[in-house]
Design a protein around this ligand. Structure first.
Ligand code: FES
Length: 387
């Protein structure tokens, strides 16, 4: 029943085993353009799970809890064994660092080729909740003194809980440190509709569609799935749901609207209302309506991690599918090292480096109902820094 699209053991991943000095075109002393790839990260070993959860549960951009300084650590402690078990079931840790490093390496190689005037380029990884932490990587970048730093969110669709939290953490870092002299900063905050990102997702779906028998191929439900968000955040005006919807719409247009499709939301935690319908409820409901063949498409994740490898592959494609009587279910791989995706990353950065606009005006605007003073101060800071 379980048919996964996640492919980890590629030659490209094996190339990560090469020593770091051989992986980069740029060396510490001659970096012209630094590209800081921002993401939440994931524990590489189960002994990092507690610290990872603690950072999430105490991040008020990500989650707001009553008496957070006490409740956050308590929830982190309580959830650690259950989350550790999940990481054990996917091989002991998150592959997100390996994928991001590989994507960065390939992106910079391509950038050196297509944008020699801004070369050498070097990628850096800045995670929000686990090593390499964004604030530590910023210190490393400062030492290497590039001419330019591009802060590149690896969340294609912008949410204040994810991308916003990463950008706010950079602002927080520079409240404690002075900005490096002679380095220009700029921001790539969202790219949910970039044509090459859309083509990548469409190709990932085609790869899986081909594996269905011809008689049912056109009836397969393409079920796009993205991490859910508390309704409180949606009602503040968080742009994430509409940006996810835009990606879905364009991917289906790219596929010539070949199949029935829908969008559902996964990974809800806690008792408060979140964006619905949930991905598992959607599979259950469609099976009841007589639709029994699916491709799950993680539309908001650019590389494999726990939500794809455990929640989608194990909990839904295997356990739930058996329970509710799904006929065939497959999961489209995340973009990972798809050549079109590497082109997407390098084109997005090259277009940005060529653009006079160093920051998107939308990024400088707060959600209409935002009451977080950190967002206000952070946006003011970016307005000046990226001027
Ligand atoms: Fe969106 Fe503050 S919550 S800008």
């Amino acid at each position: 029943m379980l048919l996964k699209g996640g492919l980890l053991a590629t030659n490209a991943v094996k190339s990560l085993m090469k020593p770091a000095s051989m992986r980069f075109t740029a060396t510490a002393s001659n970096v012209k353009t630094a590209i800081l790839m921002l993401n939440m990260g994931g524990p590489q070993h189960t002994d990092q799970v507690h610290e990872y959860l603690l950072r999430i549960m105490t991040d008020r951009d990500m989650i707001q809890l009553p008496v957070q300084s006490q409740l956050g650590p308590w929830i982190a402690q309580r959830r650690t064994p259950e989350v550790q078990k999940k990481y054990k079931e996917i091989g002991g840790g998150s592959p997100i660092l390996k994928w991001t490093d590989l994507q960065g390496e390939l992106m910079c190689k391509e950038l050196d080729r297509i944008s020699p005037e801004t070369a050498p380029h070097k990628h850096y990884v800045g995670f929000r909740y686990v090593n390499p932490l964004t604030e530590d990587t910023l210190v490393q970048i400062e030492k290497e003194a590039p001419e330019r730093v591009v802060l590149f969110s690896q969340y294609p669709q912008y949410s204040c809980a994810t991308s916003g939290s990463s950008f706010n953490s950079i602002f927080a870092h520079y409240q404690q440190h002075s900005l490096p002299k002679n380095t220009r900063f700029s921001v790539i905050d969202r790219w949910s509709t970039h044509p090459l990102l859309i083509k990548t997702f469409a190709d990932r779906i085609r790869e899986e569609l081909k594996k269905f028998g011809e008689t049912k191929r056109n009836d397969v439900v393409i079920l796009f799935t993205a991490h859910s968000l508390p309704l409180k955040a949606v009602n503040r005006g968080d742009p994430y749901p509409s940006e996810v919807g835009a990606s879905v719409h364009l991917v289906m247009q790219e596929l010539g609207k070949s199949n029935p499709y829908t969008l559902a939301w996964q990974s809800k935690v806690g008792p408060l209302p979140w964006l619905a319908p949930a991905t598992d409820d959607t599979i259950r409901a469609y099976v009841k309506q007589g639709r029994k063949n699916f491709i799950l498409v993680p539309i908001a994740f650019v590389n494999e991690h726990i939500e794809t490898l455990h929640e989608l592959d194990i909990e839904y494609c295997d356990e739930l599918a058996k329970e509710v009587g799904v006929e065939e279910i497959r999961r489209a791989a995340a973009p990972n090292d798809h050549p079109l995706f590497i082109k997407a990353l390098s084109s997005i950065v090259a277009e940005h480096l060529n653009d006079k606009q160093t920051v998107n005006p939308k990024f400088l605007m707060r959600c209409p109902m935002c009451v977080n003073p950190r967002c206000r101060d952070s946006k003011d800071w970016y307005r000046q820094v990226c001027a």
